[in-house]
Design a protein around this ligand. Structure first.
Ligand code: 8ID
Ligand code: ZN
Length: 354
């Protein structure tokens, strides 16, 4: 009883307008390769990355036609014949993250950097993702969803959550350290506040608007800086952190501006975790002060299977809660417009048509 066609949000060619198709093909169970599984999706978060992919503003280009989306939760409805050592079964509730597949045997995979595997397949970028009723994924990379988490509440942990969890984990920030979060009111940022607080850090939230301010303060930020109002962000962050600057900045703004002063407001020995992905910007940093202040600059790219399981585990303990509004899949275009304008505090989760 798997239909042959489905409703999907499709980008027909690079950068072209999104279309809701009612006749997008569904890969049939008999066509699945070993290791593949068919997932019937319940819901999916919308990440700013999907907007980058849809508007084609990155130096890498997505497949076309593209079904975007990489924060999906659904149910396994079929598994490829001859799949060996299969960790999931039909009926399991699983998550689809950005990293759909990695070989698990190369140097990058062995080192836990599965996302850097040369054979990596990416949901909603190099393979079709979650803006559809069904998607094909890979049994060794789908993520089990803790039973006490509702699907809608789990979805955005699968990109936004695991990404900021990993970034904080590798940031060298210790308990009591000040973490500055440019982009704090967005999808990644509002979860970064909560993971940071759970790790015992003190948070300076940087973003704009009263709605995002309210959200950030509710979630445990101690200080708020509106980047459109502050005359001197560097001074403002230094003051917020007791005069010496932040120990760490996790930059999740989707534009260059969140990066520009981050190195200047870090205290000596501080770490810049680069997470936001403006497509064309260069990181402007004084070489002299980067050396003189012993600054670390680290690129942090989503996460591996373990990061996903940890991030969901922390959410299932109640320490991190995704703040989202629910809409239907047909509203994706409106969600992109709102993201572009910076109007979304927290996340939007789309429910699939039944
Ligand atoms: O693996 C990764 N590194 C990864 C994973 C997932 C997403 C990277 N990303 C990237 C996305 O592609 C995007 O570029 O992180 C960026 C943020 O994704 P998001 O959280 O899904 O986007 P959002 O909800 O639009 O939040 C961005 C926030 O940044 C604020 C905006 O107001 C918004 O709340 N912001 C901006 I734009 N400029 C700012 C500035 N100068 C700023 N906040 C502070 N200072
Ligand atoms: Zn994402």
């Amino acid at each position: 009883n798997i239909p042959t066609t489905q409703i999907a949000a499709v980008v027909p060619s690079q950068g072209a307008a999104l279309q809701i198709k009612r006749d997008y093909p569904v890969k049939q169970p008999s066509e699945l390769a070993p290791g593949e599984c068919l997932v019937k999706l319940f819901c999916t978060g919308v990440c700013h990355t999907d907007l980058h992919a849809s508007s084609d503003d990155w130096p890498l280009h997505a497949k076309i036609p593209l079904v975007g989306g990489h924060e999906g939760v659904g149910e396994v409805v079929a598994i490829g014949k001859n799949t060996a050592d299969c960790p999931v079964k039909i009926g399991d509730r699983v998550g689809i993250k950005w990293l759909a597949y990695s070989c698990l045997n190369c140097e990058q995979c062995r080192n836990g950097r599965e996302q850097n595997c040369p054979k990596a397949k990416i949901s909603g970028f190099t393979v079709d993702g979650t803006f559809a009723q069904y998607t094909v994924s890979y049994v060794h990379h789908v993520t089990p969803i803790p039973t006490n988490l509702e699907s809608n509440a789990a979805a955005s942990i699968l990109c936004a959550g695991l990404t900021v969890h990993r970034a904080l984990k590798y940031s060298h920030a210790k308990i009591g350290d000040w973490v500055a979060l440019p982009g704090a009111g967005g999808g990644l940022g509002h979860l970064a506040i909560q993971y940071a607080v759970a790790m015992g850090h003190r948070v300076v939230a940087i973003d704009t608007g009263s709605e995002k301010k309210k959200l950030c303060m509710e979630l445990g930020a101690e200080k708020w800086i509106d980047f459109t109002e502050a005359k001197d962000i560097v001074q403002a962050v230094r003051e917020a952190c007791g005069g010496e600057g932040a120990h760490c900045a996790v930059v999740t703004s989707a534009s260059e501006s969140g990066y520009t002063q981050a190195i200047d407001y870090l205290r000596p020995g501080g770490t810049l975790m680069a997470v936001g992905l403006p497509g064309k910007a260069k990181l402007e940093a004084s070489i002299f002060f980067t050396v003189f202040k012993s600054i670390n600059i680290i690129g942090s790219y989503v996460g591996n299977r373990q990061d996903a399981i940890e991030a969901l585990g922390i959410a299932s303990s109640g320490r991190v809660v995704v703040r989202y509004d629910c809409k239907g899949l047909s509203k994706l275009k409106e969600v992109y417009d709102a993201l572009k304008e910076g109007k979304i505090a927290g996340r939007i989760v789309l429910e699939m048509p039944k």
